[in-house]
Design a binder for this molecule. Structure first.
Ligand SMILES: Cc1cc2nc3c(=O)[nH]c(=O)nc-3n(C[C@H](O)[C@H](O)[C@H](O)COP(=O)(O)OP(=O)(O)OC[C@H]3O[C@@H](n4cnc5c(N)ncnc54)[C@H](O)[C@@H]3O)c2cc1C
Length: 340
């Protein structure tokens, strides 16, 4: 391990975010022989592609499935299919009318939950979880990334390159906190990127649900856009009650953002009452402040050389889904290597 002039650690690249974009970027760099430190504020991997476990139940509470259209991403998907990391869930789901709406496009899921995919990608990488990055500054010779982990106070790591994969407003805030000013055109382009919100109710039932096979419901969007039965999906045990993930629509999420969590979760469960099939045993709640980019940057990543090598990546770069985040991460890794 190298050390910087002030005794802190020094690596070739720091990647902020251990979601799909960050992990793909970090893998690309590590496989090319670069030393990489990945930092994520969460206590688990995957960002918006993670699986929540409570007791013996599991809920995919962010990304529900993914598609693969690009040949590069498809080659990853084929490997994951071969090893059993993922499997095909369906090519469509029932709508409110009960009719199965199949459009022929395969939808894949992690066989042990969506979070299994980032866990697989993180193997062999140096990922520090619970590392809340507070500022990224340029010392004139290197990036200095300051972060806080638990009660251990502030720590810092220095790097030649910096890859930022949090939602864009959060990435910009880290640079601002570090006193880094971007050129006006870049700042304006990134400043335009906004995200919709999503409130999630995670509902445990006493028994099985009435969500039609294979366990997903595409609803009208408001007040609920999606319901999944994680038991039918195969990621929550068959014994015990069903575990449902209910995604609120954008408008409902905005309107109820600050409302009482328990009341809101129960309200969402009431909306989908006809598919519950058995009494509600417990509810949990999650807020995704940056659920999906509303506006997207037209390239797969944005690489800058001023003040130092800096790459913005994530699902706001050319593809607002799991596949887009993965491709953006790959592009970010390549951009760092190209500049080296
Ligand atoms: C409710 C919901 C449903 C979805 N459904 C689907 C779907 O069905 N199919 C699909 O393809 N896509 C879906 N998506 C979108 C998909 O989840 C995302 O496009 C993808 O996971 C984004 O990956 P990412 O790496 O760009 O960002 P993220 O996964 O958000 O990763 C960014 C990471 O940065 C970390 N971070 C942020 N700030 C800091 C900081 N200061 N310090 C340290 N770490 C920080 C975060 O903790 C996070 O882990 C859904 C998303 C949501 C929220």
């Amino acid at each position: 391990m190298e050390h910087s002039e002030n005794g802190g650690e020094r690596v070739d690249a720091v990647v902020i975010g251990a979601g799909m974009a960050g992990l793909f970027a970090a893998r690309t760099l590590a496989e090319a022989g670069r030393s990489v430190a990945v930092l994520d504020q969460d206590s688990s991997l995957g960002g918006r592609m993670s699986t929540q476990r409570f007791g013996d139940g599991a809920f995919d509470h962010g990304a529900q499935y993914f598609t693969a259209r690009d040949p590069v991403f498809r080659s990853w998907v084929e490997q994951w299919l071969k090893t059993g990391l993922i499997h095909l869930w369906s090519d469509g789901f029932a709508t409110a009318s009960g009719k199965l709406n199949q459009n022929g496009e395969p939808r894949y899921i992690g066989s042990r939950g969506m979070g299994a995919i980032p866990s697989h990608l993180a193997a062999g990488l140096r990922v520090t979880l619970g590392a809340n990055v507070t500022a990224c500054s340029w010392t004139g010779r290197a990036w200095e990334v300051r972060f806080q982990q638990g009660t251990s106070g502030h720590r810092a790591v220095q790097s030649t390159a910096l890859v930022l994969t949090p939602p864009v407003p959060q990435s910009l805030a880290l640079l601002t906190a570090g006193g880094v000013t971007l050129d006006a055109t870049t700042q304006a382009a990134l400043g335009r990127i906004e995200y919709s919100r999503c409130l999630v109710a995670m509902v445990e039932l006493e028994g099985h649900s009435l969500v039609p096979a294979p366990g997903g419901l595409w609803l009208s969007g408001e007040p609920v856009s999606w319901v999944a039965d994680n038991q039918q999906k195969g990621i929550s045990p068959k014994t015990g009650g069903a575990r449902l993930t209910i995604h609120a629509g954008k408008n409902f999420s905005l309107e109820h953002w600050d409302a009482d969590p328990d009341t809101t979760a129960r309200k969402l469960a009431d909306v989908v009452q006809r598919w519950l099939g058995s009494p509600v045993k417990s509810v949990r709640f999650h807020r995704w402040r940056y659920a999906a980019p509303v506006t997207v940057y037209p390239e797969r990543c944005l690489a800058l050389e001023e003040p130092g090598r800096l790459v913005f990546a994530g699902d706001a770069f050319a593809g607002p889904r799991v596949e887009g985040a993965a491709l953006s991460g790959l592009a970010a890794g390549e951009a760092v290597l190209k500049g080296s």
